[in-house]
Design a protein around this ligand. Sequence first.
Ligand code: ADP
Ligand code: MG
Length: 331
Amino acid sequence: MLKRPLALIAALLLILLLSWSLRPKVTAEVARTALIMGTLVEIKAVGSGEKDIEEAISDAFSAMRSEEGRFSTQIETSQISAINRATAAIEVEPEVLFVLQLGQRITRLSEGAFHMGLGGLIRLWDFEAVTPRVPELSEIKQVLPISSEDAVSITGTRVERRDTNLQLDLGGIAKGYAVDRALAVLRAAGLESASVNAGGDIGLLGGHGERPWKIGIQHPRKAGELLATLALRDRAIVTSGDYERFFMLEGVRYHHIFDPQTGLPARACQSVSVVAATVAEADALATAAFVLGPVKGLALLEKSHEVEGLIVSAEGRIEMTSGLKDQIQWR
Ligand code: ADP
Ligand code: MG
């Protein structure tokens, strides 16, 4: 018999208490989808308490819808539509100012390859039409920006078009920004692990539980096949490709990323994937590098701070920034 039964009971209780506090937390993973900005958006979140996660995800979707309401050219009450109608500078919300300033920076860095004044051109090509057509060169000429300069001029919190013939279109950056806003909502709700994917514009909060998120890069010419995968945490990754929205006519592929110099679909790449700190920046840089092509596009990504990227050229050749080479897994 033991001499000190009380000590034994105390020790047992301590062990019990320790194992209880060290038990793996009950975690739930919730995935939800919603149609926003014409895209199927998927949010996945990991945490404890399924109800709280569901609520956070629904708030994140709402945040994305409000950004759509600010930036869409299809919505008459959006701030971008207001700028497109105005004949003088108008006051804009901080969110709009932020995105326009980021866009301006990418326009300058890319020497106009990323251009926020292609609204007229995008309407002319009308990829949403039932039977899209290739416009005449004379029609294209009428809606092209006259220079590769910024589409807007900003004074304090007031914005106007540089030229009233220009129509703004923020399709190359606003979706990325909306994903950033969704992530901010999930973070503020106390979540530490989430992913938001808006049709290839992906933002990541933390890792996927203990591990990093494993993100597949779509093969630009083999539908449903991956080119490579990347293990990432707390990053943004965006892919712009000529296979996302396009139509074929007499064997020629016409897609939705335009070279502002010619008004025609940019021809030098099949796809560009960019890893950056924010989804908005990755989104705009991917569009810019796509237009610039493998050589100048790669140079743009290399000189951007904390940015990595992978470019598939028109011929299918793969170019990568130096920092990506030991992060990427081929498959
Ligand atoms: P996705 O919507 O497929 O993610 P991207 O981010 O690659 O597309 O951007 C394409 C969208 O950006 C087009 O639908 C159009 O609204 C706009 N756009 C097209 N060409 C340019 C360009 N050279 N600069 C800025 N925006 C562009
Ligand atoms: Mg883009």
